[in-house]
Write a new protein. Sequence first.
Lengths: 228, 299
Amino acid sequence: MIKFNNVSKVYDSNGVHALDNVSLNIEKGEFVFIVGSSGAGKSTFLKLIMREEMPSSGSIVINDMHLEKLPRRKVPYLRRTMGIVFQDFRLISKMTVYENVAFAMRCVGKRNDSIKKRVPYILELVGLADKANDHPSELSGGEQQRVSLARALVNNPALIIADEPTGNIDPEMSYEIIELLSEINKRGTTVLVVTHEHELVKSFGKRVITIDDGRVVSDTDDNRFVAI
Amino acid sequence: MSSFGYLIKEGFKNLVHNRLMTLASIGVLISCLVLTGSAVMLTVNVSNIVDSVGDTNVTKVFLDDSYTKLEAVYKGKELSQVANVSQVEFIDKDEAIQAYRDQLGDEVFANMSGDDNPLPYAYSVKMDDLSKYDDTVAKIKEVDGVASVSSHREVAEKLTNLSSFITTMSLWIILALAIISLFIISNTIRMTMFSHRFEISIMKSVGATNAFVRVPFIIEGVVIGLISAIIAIILLFVLSDAVINSVQKILDFKYTRFTEVMWPIIGSFVGAGVLVGSLGSMVSIRRFLTHEGNEILGW
């Protein structure tokens, strides 16, 4: 699903070594936390997965696509295989909840009749069926994040990437969001949650990859392997 | 609402969203088109005048006013013997005045028949070799009894020169205006894109192709082009009519009106408007999507 092979990233503009020789492997159906303090290289890691940036060296394979060989015009099709949840929700304030979710389907050229079937189903899944006609400003932070999640899910991606999904919401709501993600993971979607909240991560007992100063400093998956 | 309907709606929203830049783009594009149209109208009319004034090969030779008809007819032989003259044709002054009457109305020339006719007898003369024109005219003037030689050739030449000068001038101005309108349109659309960069970042994060992101902005450009073309067509129609009407009072002639050459002009205006509009938006989209519009995470 996600395969990093000796990946390094040096930004040309300021010479910062954001990632240093990172190798990791995330299989289909896994739920993984990527943990690290700010500036550790989490954002660069995500940008590389989304192919917003290219690695300076090493190779990346996402959903069977070799990113360093992927032509520019194919990038949108890579992104259709992943749903992204942002820390700041990124909802369009002029649109209702329904329209925000439908927007993601319009963008990939889905037809109206399939939008009409799919959006209510997804809103039901994230528990927002009764808020379909509300605008984002009328919702709590946790609800807005669920809309953002609904939008990420609506095109049925194989991989969900959540970038600090709990950064802007109450602690209780944070657990709900992670629960929801874990629910989605049980249905077969690979989930990748990037966060700096170590406490939250501990309580879920999932695989945790810790990044510090551009390197993978621990991976609970490896620990398990070593322990055996 | 299909995704295409959605895009068209977005394109129109963009237009209203930044009216000022839209108006600026439309204004410049209109001046560009109206100028082009005026140049076309001028060229068409001048070449018509030249054609009708002129069989430029014909030169009129006026005889001395005191000549009787018999004397005048006799002069023809002498004129035809001048070197390079191929053909001479006698012009009866009675017929000439009648021709004026027919063209301009009886009242004007009412008292000018018979002995009161102010016109002299004349010949129209054709030449073999027009490159020896000036020489030949000089020789004709030497013939006894020739009062003056007039040629429409000079008038025609001057008109043609003037028209081609104006055409060349307007070509440069049109070119400059076209570049300016491209620039303004692409900036207008760049501004819209900038104000929509949030939506664009979402579109790109869910995997919209660049082609899809582009569509509303190209529609915006095309609509700018179309509106400009329509206004320019109306302006040109009104303007050219007014100009022709006032020129008509000075120099009566059957001028070519806008309605007679309308369809090719309308066609090319709409074509040019759409072309400039879409080109302008394409330039800015390309720049935008490869630079600031390329960000998703760090929006």
